[in-house]
Design a protein around this ligand. Structure first.
Ligand SMILES: O=C(O)CCC(=O)C(=O)O
Length: 273
């Protein structure tokens, strides 16, 4: 099948069958029925190594990891201007004509670029999303030929954004290491080279949203995911293996932190050996 974008399909009256999910997989809670159950934690004072505020933050993060494995952080030190530039460029990228986006088509096993749904082979049902993704760390392994070259400024802004998010991820991994009674650098060392993957998701308007998902139920494969939501929301989480779901309240400028599979294994291994 020729590579495509969602631009044309979004204007159709009915949903193409390749996106239709079985009934039990369809959304169980409205994308905009927000829950405040996921803790929002201010990181103000986290750099004060011996301060009481750092211990408080640490305790809140520990509780959040045990309860949901998900929390949101504010006062995280990533400049609001940088976040807004990255958001603007992401929006402009997805507004490009299909041919421009498909110059970076990553189907057929390429290690980065643009695709509808997912680059994973053997998908039975497609996700209703467009995605642009590539590795940004380690720096020496970057393949800039897979990074978009439009809109103008993409490379410079993504480089800066990746750097700031790497700093934030390391800071959070230090807190998690300490919480597990390990030396501060334990988790970053366990990650050896600290890979980082940029993933930008776009969920266009859908003709029959009740029949599909923007992104199927999944856990994240890495150690930690930092996710910037827009104010529309739609991110959902479960802590009872999918019996019930909540929709995470979008918080302007906050990052949702999700403990990935590697993070979960380390957490349970050290806390409950
Ligand atoms: O876009 C979202 O809200 C969720 C993204 C996500 O879960 C992912 O990219 O793994």
């Amino acid at each position: 099948m020729a590579p495509s974008t969602l631009t044309a399909l979004a204007n159709e009256k009915t949903l193409q069958t390749s996106f239709i999910r079985d009934e039990e997989e369809r959304p169980k809670v409205a994308y905009n029925k927000f829950s405040d159950e996921i803790p929002v934690i201010s990181l103000q004072g986290i750099d004060d190594i011996n301060g009481s505020r750092r211990s408080e933050i640490c305790e809140k993060i520990v509780n959040a990891c045990e309860d949901w494995g998900v929390f949101q952080v504010t006062d995280h030190g990533v400049d609001a201007q940088l976040i807004s530039e990255m958001t603007k460029l992401a929006k402009e990228f997805f507004e490009l004509p299909p041919d421009e986006k498909l110059r970076f088509d990553m189907s057929g096993g390429k290690k980065g670029g643009f695709i509808v749904s997912s680059h994973l082979q053997g998908e039975v049902v497609q996700d209703w999303r467009e995605i642009v993704t590539y590795f940004s760390y380690p720096i020496r392994a970057r393949d800039y030929s897979r990074w978009p070259d439009k809109p103008q400024g993409w490379k410079a802004v993504t480089e800066k954004y990746s750097e700031k998010l790497m700093d934030l991820a390391c800071k959070l991994l230090e807190v998690l290491s300490e919480a597990m009674g390990l030396e501060k650098e334990a988790l970053t060392k366990a990650c050896v080279d600290m890979d980082q993957k940029v993933v930008v998701n776009f969920y266009p308007k859908c003709p029959e949203p009740d029949l599909t998902l923007g992104l199927k139920r999944h856990t994240d494969p890495g150690t930690i995911t930092l996710l910037l939501q827009d104010q529309v929301g739609g991110l959902q989480a479960t802590k009872d293996n999918g019996k019930t779901w909540i929709t995470v309240q979008p918080v302007e400028g906050a990052f949702v932190v999700n403990l990935g599979d590697h993070g979960h294994v380390s957490w349970y291994y050290y806390i409950f050996p």
